[in-house]
Design a protein around this ligand. Structure first.
Ligand code: BGC
Length: 760
């Protein structure tokens, strides 16, 4: 890992808050002492010395029915921050629980003032926003962040994102997204941690910690939201918003665990999803929302629906009309309704008709109020406008972003050591529209990121290449569609005169993310044609990919010597790419998701179960395709480096344990090259035979280490019942039998050892 003194980023930021806000941003105790001096005889809920539960109950007892339903309403502002006129009226009436997208002091404070000063009870509004991978400093897209295999780095990025969001008056983000996704056609695969439950759980927890810190009521922190509960990533056909059918074992072992990790990390809120799950939409699913989440997991925060998901219960065919939708969502456990207004419009009559109980309503209102007390918005409803002058896009946040981007880069191919480029290269042709695009460096869901703040690959190459290098640029063709033969000819001519060609290829940022599913995962537009012509020049071509999903790269892999996966690397990310291209940085990221050879192989995920007839090229009657291997192009966990590493000496002890015991696996990793670099050592298990079949491999540990040339390190991994067991019809258990253990640098191959679990 790259040695940055990241601590230095946060302390000055918080110090700034404290100075500017004159104690407002000071420690919580300070705030409490001041507020405690409030006039005697004030209602209990105004006393910050009392616990949030008690304050919430007191406040609830004073509320009208309309005010209660109003607290369960979240409404949308305008995309660039303003509130709408209707919000002022609702705030004054005490009927606006929360907004999304309203941000910045100039919009937050006047609207908040209506709620706090001019409503009957003075309940403040919770201001929320999608801060998915940064607010103003844009970090690598979440799938790229997952490629770092470095949860502490993700935690730091979320912490910077929280500090920036807070400075814009926000106290709640709709992140992290923790949907396991195995289908690259689904555009939202970009927003999560990829296909693996173990990696996804580690990142879910890290991101929650980064956003919330130890106390989300503290200055510079925001409430996180675990989304989308649940199974949204399994959309049939990879088509966004589509239905899902997921077996109970898969829910328990694959889809739930990242959410459970978020609960264990103290996540404040959940978002119910758009999809129906086994016939019951997740925004009215009593089993997932109440039995599992609140019953089994004891989650005590509140649940917000996804955007108009309550209204959509009608389209799903679960609710007959708006009233039915409100009744079903609220009764199932969705506390707050995002954007549609059925709770507010239909709730009171449904209550009068006995379709919603007062107990259900009050429980939801209490959860929302308690979160508001915990978030500190009663004591600190406003944001100091001066914060905006200092908090965004600081030199330190840029530095962290560059380091984060560097860690996220995955070297897919480097034949003949083409990379890093010879610094003495006289002429470099940078080709491809993406190389000149600022907007596309951010990826989808880019918070309040501004295109102008981003560095392009072309700019970064010019900055980083040795002095005197001639760098030319030609787009060749647009990313998605169109383009002329003349533009293409010009690019090829420019390339033909260069010593090296750096070709930026991939998808534009809007091709992944929400509502951005694709039926093809090939390079769009005329890019393949352009690349083929570049190859014909005979000049060495390095491909840099910018994309939000695994792409079908089989043609590129066959034809080009060097491919670097850059995802959407964020504000400073192109500089990290240039560092790697010129050998000033060493790539060490690993794929958090399998890259198939073709869309026809989907789903391809490494932790599949074994069929009774595993693929065997020599036997027709095995599980395979007639026209393509079942092996993916690049497996999960794969990635190259300029260094070479070797693994040796895998040992597991003890050789036998009881089901409640644990084993230690040790393996030595050595940098056998002359270049310092990072390796991600991955530990997988296979539970060889069980009451239910288990995956052929499951990730159960990983460590990213930086090793100097020749350096050796022995790593230890502990496998406890939590790692060895699984959920099956009978509950959670570690079953007796043989376990294989693999230490590897990707999900394929590696060293193997085993141990046995014996019956009690
Ligand atoms: C998305 C959520 C997002 C919400 C608010 C929805 O369309 O599915 O992920 O948080 O909008 O912007």
């Amino acid at each position: 890992m790259y040695n940055l003194a990241m601590k230095n980023i946060f302390l000055p930021l918080l110090f700034c808050f404290a100075l500017i806000t004159g104690g407002y941003a000071g420690d919580a105790k300070n705030a409490v002492t001041k507020a405690a001096a409030a006039p005697a005889g004030a209602p209990l809920y105004k006393n910050p010395l009392l616990p949030p539960e008690k304050r919430a109950r007191d406040l609830l007892s004073r509320m009208t029915l309309e005010e209660k339903f109003g607290q369960l309403q979240q409404l949308d502002g305008d995309a660039d921050g303003p509130f709408r006129k209707e919000h002022l009226e609702l705030a004054r009436a005490g009927q606006l629980g929360s907004t999304l997208n309203v941000r910045f002091a100039k919009y937050v404070n006047p609207l908040q003032e209506e709620a706090v000063k001019n409503s009957r009870l003075g309940i403040p509004i919770l201001f929320a926003f999608d801060v998915i991978h940064g607010f103003r400093t844009i970090f690598p897209m979440p799938l790229g962040e997952a490629a770092q295999w470095d949860p502490p780095m993700a935690e730091k990025a979320a912490s910077v994102a929280a500090a920036e969001a807070y400075a814009a008056g926000l106290k709640w983000t709709f992140a992290p997204m923790m949907d396991i996704a195995r289908d690259p056609r689904w555009g939202r695969i970009a927003e999560g941690a990829g296909e693996d439950t173990y990696l996804g759980s580690a990142l879910a927890a890290a991101r929650v910690r980064g956003f919330q810190g130890a106390d989300y009521g503290a200055p510079g922190k925001v409430m996180a939201c675990a989304k989308h509960w649940v199974g949204y990533g399994a959309a049939e056909g990879g088509r966004d918003y589509n239905s899902t059918d997921i077996s109970e074992p898969s829910l328990l072992n694959t889809y739930y665990p990242p959410f459970k990790a978020a609960v264990d990390a103290g996540v404040a809120t959940f978002m119910s999803a758009f999809n129906s799950l086994n016939g019951v939409p997740t925004s009215a699913n009593g089993n997932t929302l109440t039995k599992v989440l609140r019953g089994d997991w004891k989650f005590s925060g509140f649940v917000v629906s996804d955007y108009t998901a309550v209204q959509e219960l009608i389209n799903h065919g679960l609710a007959a009309d708006g009233s039915d939708a409100a009744v079903k969502a609220l009764s199932a456990g969705v506390d707050m309704e995002m954007v549609s207004t059925l709770y507010r419009d239909k709730g009171p009559a449904a209550l009068a008709a006995g379709k919603i109980t007062r107990k259900t309503l009050d429980a939801s209102v209490l959860r929302v109020l308690e979160a508001k007390f915990r978030a500190g918005v009663f004591e600190h409803p406003y944001i100091d406008p001066k914060l905006e002058e200092t908090a965004f896009l600081t030199p330190e946040s840029r530095e962290l972003e560059r380091a984060a981007a560097l860690e996220s880069l995955v070297l897919l191919k480097n034949d003949g050591g083409l990379l890093p480029l010879n610094p003495a290269a006289g002429k470099i042709a940078v080709i491809g529209a993406l190389a000149g695009s600022k907007l596309d460096m951010m990826g989808s869901w880019s918070g309040d990121g501004r295109a102008d703040d981003q560095v392009t690959l072309l700019e970064a190459v010019k900055e980083t290449a040795a002095p005197g290098t001639a760098v030319t640029f030609s787009a060749g063709c647009p990313v998605k569609t169109g383009g002329t033969d003349e533009e293409m000819d010009a690019a090829v001519a420019a390339a033909a005169g260069a010593d090296y060609i750096i070709a930026a290829a991939g998808e534009s940022a809007d091709m992944s993310g929400e509502a951005a599913s694709r039926a093809s995962i090939s390079l769009p537009g005329r890019q393949l044609e352009l690349l083929a012509r570049l190859k014909k020049t005979g000049k060495p071509v390095v491909i840099v990919l910018f994309n939000g999903r695994p792409l079908d790269l089989s043609g590129l892999d066959a034809d080009f010597p060097a491919i670097l996966e850059a995802w959407y690397p964020g504000t400073e990310g192109a500089r990290a790419v240039a560092q790697v291209l010129f050998g000033k940085g060493n790539p060490g990221g690993k794929l958090p998701v399998t890259f198939p050879r073709s869309v026809g192989q989907i789903p391809t995920y490494y932790n599949h179960r074994s069929p009774g007839r595993p693929a065997d090229p020599a036997n027709r009657y095995t599980s395979k395709y007639q026209d393509l291997t079942v092996e993916p192009l690049y497996p999960f966990g794969y990635g190259l480096s300029y260094s070479s590493f070797s693994l040796s000496g895998l040992s597991v002890s003890p050789a036998k344990i009881m089901p409640d015991g644990s084993v230690k696996a040790r393996v030595t990793v050595e940098n056998v090259s002359a270049i310092a670099g990072d390796e991600v050592v991955q530990l997988y298990i296979r539970d060889v035979a069980g009451s239910e079949t288990r995956p052929v491999r499951e990730l159960k540990g990983f460590k990213r280490v930086t090793l100097a040339p020749g350096e050796k390190r022995t790593l230890e991994f502990e496998l406890r019942p939590a790692e060895l067991g699984y959920y099956y019809a009978g509950g959670f258990a570690v079953e007796p039998g043989l376990f294989k253990v693999y230490a590897a640098t990707s999900s394929a191959g590696g060293l193997e050892a085993s141990f046995e679990v014996t019956a009690k």
